[in-house]
Design a protein around this ligand. Structure first.
Ligand code: 4AD
Ligand code: MG
Length: 473
């Protein structure tokens, strides 16, 4: 008869560090950060399992049967299981430690070739070993904070009755109308079919979907469909942009949260956006105190103070026209000179939020010519009811607008921007049948993680960054 013994439930390092658990027998697992041997016949292992930035100290005595044969071979990166008791630690700076009764090695790591050494690990180098970087303090903390932000995003909308809608990844329409899309095709690129032998017109009828398709740049248009039936909805998923921007704030694949709110105008939209950001920042401060202390100490010594002050004060609100006046008369020299009608560059956005207002700024009512076709045209017919939320260091973190809900105006805007209204017949139908004022916005998840953590490069706040010439792992 085969006897099956139940495996002890695993206790996390975070739990093993809690003084309330002193006296408990536990099974903890993780990766060794350091080993120190004492001549008195025992070793200390620092163990981390990703549940917290802190390590737990494990005491391994030479009376363990595998002390000489195995424990003394453990170095940074090795993986182990320890069964033992949580005891009060005599050492300073830690309340508990684990006294091992048995220690099992899962896998050794050769210290001579292990790529993650304690010193000399620049962010650039760590990007080349994205399969190991989550084992560092910084990337573990980024992963936990990113997770907390996602939880907070869902909580915010779910607790307010928004319905989470899944919008398609593959689409035949260009939501932003900017044409920066990744083509999706199953056509043989070495043998492309052309219409009637015309070498310019590809015969997309032979393609998988029977027409040209791309990866989505935004779930907004589909979210609008659901908002005009379920009132308050949100999407949250990956989006793709083939912009050739090699900056510290752009990715080719990034995650975006897009609420869409029916019976709502731009003022209502801004109110939700401001409340939303404050809630996220407050949740991270409350639920990730250890990781936030780490970022404040090691990455950017202003992050905690900045988040706290944002949670407790109102965002500044100005129109685009006011922003242009401020920028023109501020005496700064910008690389890109400012005039009414130009798009605000990152340097302008940063001046407004870092120097002029020293807090988040919502800029509204941009020139119609520089914004997407779906934004509601104002009575002046030169601006649209758009809003961007700008924050220090990152610049634009949210882009949104009230939507054009008048059929004829929307058709005209599409044509003016070179889009074919016939291809958007379903979007126009929403204005034909029971149109309502509605608004929404998109929050870039990675820019949010960047802002919260102080991490300078956006490629370090997503596990596997996608950018021009970068698609590893
Ligand atoms: O301003 P954007 O382009 O707005 C939209 O996509 C709208 N459809 C949103 C809506 O109204 N539902 O993008 C929204 C946000 C930006 O403010 C920025 O935070 C982020 O998405 N973003 C990027 N993040 C990383 N890399 C990129 N290439 C990004 N492009 C936009
Ligand atoms: Mg934008």
């Amino acid at each position: 008869m085969v006897m099956k013994t139940m495996q002890m439930e695993r206790t996390t390092v975070a739990q093993a560090l809690e003084p309330a658990n002193i006296g408990k027998k536990v099974r903890i697992c993780g990766w060794v950060r350091t080993r120190r041997d004492s001549k008195a016949g025992f070793s200390f292992l620092e163990l981390n399992d990703g549940s917290t930035i802190k390590n737990v100290q494990v005491l391994a005595e030479n009376k363990l049967p595998n002390y000489d044969s195995e424990v003394l071979k453990l170095g940074i990166g090795s993986s182990v299981e320890v069964i033992g008791n949580i005891v009060e630690s005599p050492a300073k700076g830690q309340a508990t430690e684990v006294k091992s009764e048995s220690l099992k090695v899962f896998g050794y790591a050769d210290p001579a070739t292990y790529p993650l050494q304690k010193k000399g690990t620049s962010m650039e180098f760590l990007r080349t070993i994205a399969h190991l970087r989550p084992r560092t303090n910084t990337f573990g903390a980024v992963a936990r904070v990113r997770n907390e932000i996602c939880r907070s995003i869902h909580n915010f909308f779910q607790s307010r009755g928004y319905i989470y809608v899944h919008t398609p990844i593959i689409t035949a329409s260009d939501c932003e109308g900017a044409g920066q899309m990744f083509r999706v095709t199953t056509l043989d690129l070495n043998n492309i079919p052309y219409q009637n032998g015309d070498s310019k017109a590809i015969d997309f009828e032979q393609d998988f979907f029977g027409k040209p398709t791309n990866l989505t740049v935004s779930g907004q248009l589909e979210a609008e469909i659901y908002a005009l039936a379920l009132s308050n909805v949100y999407t949250f998923g990956p989006t793709f942009r083939a912009e050739n921007s090699n900056t510290s704030r752009h990715l080719a694949e990034f995650w975006m949260v897009e609420p869409e709110i029916a019976f709502c105008d731009l003022e209502g939209d801004m109110g939700v956006a401001e409340q939303f950001l404050k809630t996220i920042f407050n949740d991270v401060l409350t639920n990730c105190p250890t990781d936030m202390e780490f970022f404040n100490e090691r990455i950017d010594n202003t992050v905690i103070e900045t988040l706290k002050s944002i949670v407790n004060s109102d965002f500044a609100r100005i129109t685009y026209t006011e922003a242009v006046e401020i920028l023109k008369s501020c005496g700064e020299t910008f690389e890109f000179p400012v005039s009414w009608g130009c798009d605000l560059q990152s340097e302008h956005e940063r001046y407004l939020t870092e120097k002029k207002f020293k807090k988040p700024v919502i800029v509204t009512d941009y020139p119609a010519g520089i914004k997407a076709f779906y934004m509601k045209l104002s009575d002046d017919e030169t601006t649209v009811r758009a809003m961007d939320v700008l924050v220090p260091k990152v610049g634009e973190i949210i882009g949104g607008s009230q939507r054009e809900d008048r059929l004829e105006v929307l058709e005209k805007r599409m044509i003016a921007q070179g889009l074919n209204p016939e291809e958007y017949w379903w979007y126009l139908d929403l204005r034909r049948f029971g149109s309502v004022p509605h608004a929404g916005f998109g929050l870039g998840l990675e820019r949010t993680v960047q802002f919260v953590t102080g991490m300078t490069n956006i490629r370090d706040v997503i596990p596997f960054p996608r950018a021009p010439k970068t698609a590893d792992f």
